[in-house]
Ligand binder design. Structure first.
Ligand code: GTP
Ligand code: MG
Length: 345
């Protein structure tokens, strides 16, 4: 008998890939923002989370996503850095993910952090699709802003299409070298056996409807059982970052992947000097479609349900650790929760 509050939570989608291959730009296109432009040297140095509600997914994907076909509430995207020095953040993003997008610059093909990201996905057994990004840079490309990729691809000159094909088959070959069978996504029948490669452009938005439709479709089809959680149960999450916030002191940016957190809840968080036990003073949430990492305006809320990015303000968080688990105690025995947190450190 499942608990009464069993509900489908938002799947967590990690975006991984080599530096500059367009991860943040792809998310910018989806949320209609310009986070990439504000980054020093356009290099992502943190991990971030953005909630995209089903209505937004379906309005971007047009006829490819009919909201009536889905009962998942949307997608929670986790952006990760591609620069080689941030491998811990990539692993953390991979570990949180239910599903992932491996972003590959269609001209550059596989690069060292592409392979590293692929190893993370293999190790964690995370299903993923490949977004072959920057198709608009193909010489002679005739852009069709926001279009699904098939009509856009079919509408190119023979020469442009052949050049893109050469690059796409290079990527499919590189996946094969890594022991993975892959094909252009519209030829894939069974996404559990074959990796779908989706040509996209973060600049023109071409192929983004397809990317969103495939992510929603795969989540709905293969992950519904995992997404069914006791949403009212005690919350569980991972600390992305520990940040000073004016008026609140040290706060936690958390990705909540299970249950609910409420203001006033006692939580246990992994810290450098052992587990920290504290009480939530405030829960701050970025607006839908805003990136928790860069958002400056937060809404104070009473409770947050998984999956979501949330900022937790509480006393004594100075020694909390990025990457550490966060657990709500609620009606459980505090010592038991402390042991759970220690076991995960
Ligand atoms: P890191 O987070 O540092 O790993 O980089 P990233 O993968 O997030 O790349 P980012 O989105 O910052 O993009 C890097 C550069 O590529 C920027 O100058 C973008 O404008 C450009 N770019 C990204 N996607 C596209 C695309 O589809 N087409 C074109 N022409 N340029 C793109
Ligand atoms: Mg980035």
């Amino acid at each position: 008998q499942p608990p009464q509050s069993e509900t489908l939570r938002t799947p967590i989608v990690a975006v991984l890939g080599h530096v500059d291959h367009g991860k943040t730009s792809l998310l910018d296109k989806v949320r209609g923002s310009a986070v990439s432009e504000g980054e020093a040297g356009a290099i992502t140095q943190h991990i971030g989370a953005t909630a995209v509600p089903l209505e937004t997914v379906s309005s971007m994907a047009g006829s490819l996503v009919d909201p009536d076909d889905f009962d998942l509430p949307g997608l929670l995207f986790i952006d990760t850095p591609g620069h080689h020095s941030f491998s811990t953040l990539r692993s953390r993003g991979g570990a949180l993910a239910d599903i992932a997008i491996l972003v590959v610059d269609v001209n550059d093909g596989f690069q060292p952090q592409t392979v590293e990201a692929l190893d993370i996905l293999k190790r964690t057994g995370t299903p993923f699709v490949v977004a072959a990004n920057k198709v608009d840079t193909t010489p002679g490309w005739n852009p069709q802003d926001g279009s699904p990729i098939k009509p856009s691809y079919d509408g190119q000159s023979d020469r442009a299409r052949q050049m893109l094909d050469t690059n796409l088959y290079e990527i499919i070959g590189q996946l094969s070298d890594e022991g993975l069978s892959a094909d252009l996504y519209w030829r894939v029948q069974n996404f559990q056996k074959n990796i779908g490669v989706i040509p996209v452009s973060a600049l023109t938005g071409e192929g983004i409807p397809d990317l969103l439709a495939v992510l929603m479709g795969l989540s709905q089809r293969y992950m519904k059982a995992e997404m069914a959680v006791d949403i009212a149960g005690p919350g569980a999450g991972t600390v992305l970052e520990v940040k000073e916030e004016r008026g609140f002191g040290a706060t936690l940016d958390v990705v909540l992947y299970d249950g609910t957190v409420r203001e006033g809840d006692t939580i246990v968080v992994g810290g450098t000097n052992g587990p920290i036990i504290t009480e939530i003073r405030a829960l701050l949430q970025p607006q839908p479609l805003a990136e928790i990492r860069t958002e400056k305006r937060f809404e104070r809320v009473d409770e947050v349900k998984a999956a979501a990015g949330v900022k937790i303000a509480a006393p004594d968080l100075d020694a909390a650790m990025a990457g550490a688990p966060v657990r709500v105690v609620r009606s459980r025995d505090t010592d038991e929760v402390i042991r759970d947190v220690q076991a995960e450190l």
